[in-house]
Design a binder for this molecule. Sequence first.
Ligand SMILES: [Zn+2]
Length: 183
Amino acid sequence: MKTALLPVALVWLIAASAHAQHDHKNDHGHQHAHVHGVAKLEVAVDGGNLSLRLESPLEGLLGFEHAPRNDQERAAEAEMRRKLADAGKLFAPTTAAQCSLKSARIDAPTLDAKPAAAAKQTNAHADLDADFLFACAQPARLTGIDVRLFQAFPNLRRVEAEVVSEKGQKAVRLSSKMRFLSW
Ligand SMILES: [Zn+2]
């Protein structure tokens, strides 16, 4: 089972890192919309592999959009990273599908800026991208995800979700009152 999963996971990782590099170029130019409180979630269902990509303004996850400048901001960043790494609590796929989190990767170059560069990050906006991979033992039973981002990150008001599965493509607007993404 594990050897069968490996090549797929590798291909996914390569695709994800290519995507991430592309996005780096946009971090300052922002060709995509950056609306505070609004995140984007791309979901791909491929057999037993469930991959999620979250793109959010840092404001929605952290409350600020620059490298941390004091202990309070450093603590906020650590807390955000902890929540994102524990993505099984942020995204709950159909229980019967028996999905488990395999990897969580966070990409937020702004937060890693050196102090000199961080001091110049005054009026800039910045995003965080995160990739999550779940493996599902019963993929035929996988019909949706309960998206619990809104409890974890109260600054988030809306998630524009897109799902690609063998059933086709679907776009859904999620909020704390409409947080179930089904396909
Ligand atoms: Zn912003």
